[in-house]
Design a protein around this ligand. Structure first.
Ligand code: NCD
Ligand code: ZN
Length: 346
């Protein structure tokens, strides 16, 4: 196969930030993607319907002329979130999901949830109106090893929430373990998982062996190879419960290459080419469209995109910018560490 045409993809987990960073990274996504679920972990976070409407306006204002892109907004769940505000934001069509960050789990999650009983009312309202909950699935207890945090989250938090509110539709975001894949695989309804591009490519050795590579550090952190293989199998299986959420998360280089470097891989620029490479390696190019363009839209009850993009195979390795200059510092584009022979045709 030398080229493949897909429905224009959607990115069901994306960090666009704000201000100068937003301006620089938005075109990287909008060039290939029709829509994205926009993460609300700004400082301060996007908590109310009003915050989400204002952030959506800022995103649309930053979109270059001639580009089309539909930001699908989310609300950041706090212990003070008002169920009526959430319901109104959903009813107006503004908000497509609510995001649960356990307090302290990742970048800008200080306002997240500590006591899950305090958000029960919101979760019940969401189940009633069919609004999905996106979860950052890691516990934050300091006595839990960072590589075990996803598996422990399933047992201690996710499964109890789903049992207490069975009608709640949940997206387990950026699944990084076989445990996560097994949990989703056992569930018949109301649960899906997003998988990032980078977790299909790197395992924890890529971060730590032969020198520490800060640009491969993200949360949830990449795990052992057996987990990466389980993610690859799930993503390329054609199973509708798995879809792309890149978790492309830009941070300026000076904060990544730091004594206490931030978590996040920036993959918006080359994600589609990298996925074509991965799906090609797995002999599953015919399933790429399901993963990037159909399953997510179906889960969120959105119409499939009518527009198409074409990926073509290149004879010489495709060239992507290594860095992108932004008004908020230079960012590094995810380097898969191998030559890629795919590119999106302009
Ligand atoms: C994200 C960020 O930088 O906002 N970082 C990351 O490593 N993925 C937050 C998140 O999704 O965990
Ligand atoms: Zn994220």
């Amino acid at each position: 196969m030398t080229q493949i045409t897909l429905r224009r993809p959607d990115d069901m987990h994306l960090h666009l930030r704000d201000g100068a960073m937003l301006e620089a990274v938005l075109p990287e996504t909008a060039r290939h993607f029709a829509r994205a679920i926009i993460m609300p972990n700004l400082v301060p976070p996007v908590v109310t319907a009003r915050d989400a409407a204002a952030y959506r306006d800022r995103i649309l204002a930053a979109l270059p002329d001639g580009m089309a892109f539909d930001p699908l907004m989310t609300l950041y769940l706090t212990e003070a979130t008002d169920p009526a505000d959430v319901a109104a934001a959903h009813a107006s069509g503004l908000v497509k999901a609510v995001k649960l960050y356990p307090a302290g789990a990742t970048t800008n999650s200080q306002s997240g949830v500590r006591d899950f009983d305090k958000v029960r009312g919101v979760l019940e309202k969401m189940a009633e109106i069919g609004l999905p909950l996106c979860v950052h699935g890691e516990v934050t207890d300091s006595d839990i090893d960072i590589f075990d945090r996803e598996a422990v989250f399933i047992d201690r938090v996710l499964d109890p929430i789903r049992r207490a509110t069975p009608g709640l539709r949940v997206v387990m975001e950026h699944v990084t373990t076989k445990d996560g894949i097994d949990y989703i695989g056992e569930t018949e309804k109301n649960l899906a998982g997003t998988i990032t591009t980078h977790h299909l490519i790197i395992n924890r050795n890529h971060i730590l062996a032969g020198g520490i590579r800060p640009h491969y550090y993200c949360l949830p952190v990449a795990k052992r190879e057996l987990h990466r293989l389980a993610l690859r199998e799930a993503a390329t299986s054609g199973d509708k419960r798995y879809f792309l959420g890149t978790d492309s998360a830009p941070h300026p280089d000076h904060l990544k290459e730091h004594a206490c470097g931030c978590a996040g891989c920036f993959t918006a620029t080359n994600t589609m080419a990298l996925l074509a490479h991965v799906f090609g390696e797995e002999g599953a190019l015919d399933r790429l469209e399901g993963f990037t363009s159909n399953h997510g839209a179906a889960f969120y009850g959105l119409p499939a995109n009518e527009d198409r993009i074409t990926l073509e195979k290149t004879t010489t390795p495709a060239r992507f910018p290594a860095k992108i200059d932004t008004g908020a510092g230079t960012i590094t584009v995810f380097d898969p560490g191998f030559p890629v022979h795919w590119q999106v045709r302009d």
